[in-house]
Design a protein around this ligand. Sequence first.
Ligand code: GDP
Length: 488
Amino acid sequence: ADDLSPSAQIEYDKLLGGLLIEGFDERSCRSRYQFARYHRNAARVPSAYLIERLRRQEALQKKCGPGTKSYNKALKQLSSGQSINTTDCNYLFLIIHAGLGNRMLEITSAFLYALLTDRILLVDRYKEIADIFCEPFPETSWLISSDFPLNYDEFTQSSPESYGNMLREKVIGGNTYRSLVGARPPFVYLYLDGNYGFHDKLFYCEDDQQFLKGVPWLIMRTDMYFVPSLFLIPSYQDELSRLFPEKDTVFHHLARYLFHPTNDIWYSVTAYYKAYLAKADKRVGVQIRIYETKGILQRNGPFPHILEQILSCAQNEKLLPEIGATAEAAAVTAGKNQTIAVLTTSLSSWYSDQIRKRYSEHQTVDGTTVKVYQPSHEEYQKSKNKKHNMKALAEIYLLSMTDVLITSGFSTFGYAAQGLAGKTPWILFRSTNHVAPDPACGRGMSIEPCFHNAPFYDCKAKRDNVDLGKVVPYVRRCEDVSWGLKIV
Ligand code: GDP
């Protein structure tokens, strides 16, 4: 894109290399066309084929979405409960739950799956999705209609409609549904949460994908980024390579395509950025997510070993300057007049208070000024609270606007920020028994999220516990979760 004229370059950036299209009302969703102003790296360019497929998907979403003739017909058939054939309009309905980072990963995974299987993606309308994200598809809605006939909130792992249970009970498989053309259930419920069982995981096998092709409605529940396993299903591999010649950009492009924070959130993001981050010479994001506990009262610590872990990661990796022993010693080597703005995010305010204190009470060895900012400290997770989720999303976007990212291993909150940013993070490894690990952190292998609880079943050999992180060079075990898979 280097040879574009300046005005064409602005256009190119605003539409994120063609991911987005013109024509949405700018005022009702400012973030859509302003995102590029705050995320200047155009290093990762979406493929022409991805853009073409997005346009095709948009047309499909419009043709079959809520309110259309096809949609009403499909709903009717779904309520009738009878076996039906697939038509031009087949659906993937995603049940939404869990924290915001997880939600962004599950929506992105479901969207890619919908794209690969020519389905319309619809999402749960009752989980304040509309309060936090603008509509991604033009002239239609991705929210399921309120007259959707199934009581999906009551679906659980043990629901008889789940794919895993149908396989286990042999309702499908063998020579029943599978071989009878036309005799497929009107819908299948896919239970893909982290605690799923052996039969649920067969979703990731080729034969099962062939079977599911004939089911008009898929109702999916997941809290994970399952994209790495899609790269291991033979019939999707060619298409995925065409869509993503750079394999580690799946979340990066799709998240930038799908997610546009609503105006209130976007306003708080940009106002905070302008007030505290814009003028600094460098911005360092530190995402602090703590999974250790010390009784119920100390959910987020304070844990001094985690504070030390953060500081040694930042200083050893030269992301933040060291602190001088004395003011005089510092003065000798001083000279840099730089300012670094540190944006921390955490449920607790203690860590940022401590880091701020260190840097305000001592000089840095190179004379750099370090300022520390944290937008909120919510103390504990309240994923059903609208205001709380709005703050969380604002912070994910603020993190994504920094130049350097330190994230907490295991956390999908950090994955979402690094993916939007397109920045490979330094990952703080998880501490155990209140001892910080050594080394404190390590560089991520890629900008992709990790699929926690990936299946390790070799569908062809019918063997479980196979290391699927060694089958193709671009799917590896994660740095932070040994039983997870990620695209590199
Ligand atoms: P994960 O649990 O770390 O994988 O991330 P999720 O985003 O899925 O769930 C954690 C939830 O806790 C977030 O969505 C927020 O609601 C809350 N939370 C965790 N860390 C932070 C933080 O740094 N800032 C804010 N505002 N909320 C946080």
